[in-house]
Design a protein around this ligand. Structure first.
Ligand code: HEC
Length: 168
């Protein structure tokens, strides 16, 4: 099969090839900006297995014991996360070590943080972080947790669980 009709293949694949290269050139910068996960063995696997559905912002400020993280991982596997046993082992090791109960959580000021920092700081999907920014622009500064809960789509439990690291 090798070498058959290379001349015919070339023109149609060159455009796709160009798009491919353009995409990959843009990837490293985007990936660097997006991930706030601490450096460490297993980070790349964690980004790959845990970042495809919702991005890693949703859990970067979450703190759990090893048991807690195993539970989260099982939960995500049930939701459709794909990986093999070795990879899940690596992910649980990474999470338990680098996002443990003793890892400090960054504080987030809900009146000044941008969308990205709100998502990471509060463990929210990007859509909800965007809703906070929009609400703030339309209604002025938040003064209390109750103000924050008025933002459409915000889950009270998620905000309450983070209130110790929220500044106004
Ligand atoms: C197949 C898609 C998928 C993958 C892969 C995935 N998740 Fe999720 N995850 C979800 C969905 C769906 C939700 C619910 C989102 C929501 O509530 O808005 C969620 C929610 C979460 C939450 C918030 C849960 C809560 O109740 O507060 C955490 C934390 C989380 N995921 C962590 C992880 C971690 C860690 C991994 C890697 C082990 C992972 N996810 C991989 C689909 C996925």
């Amino acid at each position: 099969m090798t070498g058959s009709q290379p001349g015919r293949l070339f023109p149609s694949t060159s455009i796709a090839g160009f798009a491919f290269i353009a995409l990959f050139a843009a990837l490293p910068a985007a990936a660097q900006q997006k991930s706030k996960l601490p450096e460490g063995p297993g980070r790349a696997t964690t980004e790959k297995l845990c970042g495809s559905c919702h991005g890693t912002n949703i859990f970067v400020n979450r703190r759990e014991s090893r048991e807690g993280w195993s539970g989260v991982v099982e939960d995500m596997i049930q939701r459709g996360a794909k990986g093999d046993d070795d990879q899940w082992g690596e992910v649980v090791d990474y999470l338990s070590e680098h996002l443990s109960k003793s890892t400090p959580v960054a504080r987030v000021n809900v009146n000044t943080a941008d969308e990205k920092d709100l998502a990471a700081g509060l463990g929210l999907p990007d859509s909800q972080a965007a809703a906070i920014v929009k609400y703030r622009e339309q209604n002025g500064k938040f003064k209390t947790i109750d103000d924050l809960l008025k933002v459409p789509g915000i889950k009270a439990a998620a905000v309450q669980s983070k209130k110790g690291s929220i500044d106004f």
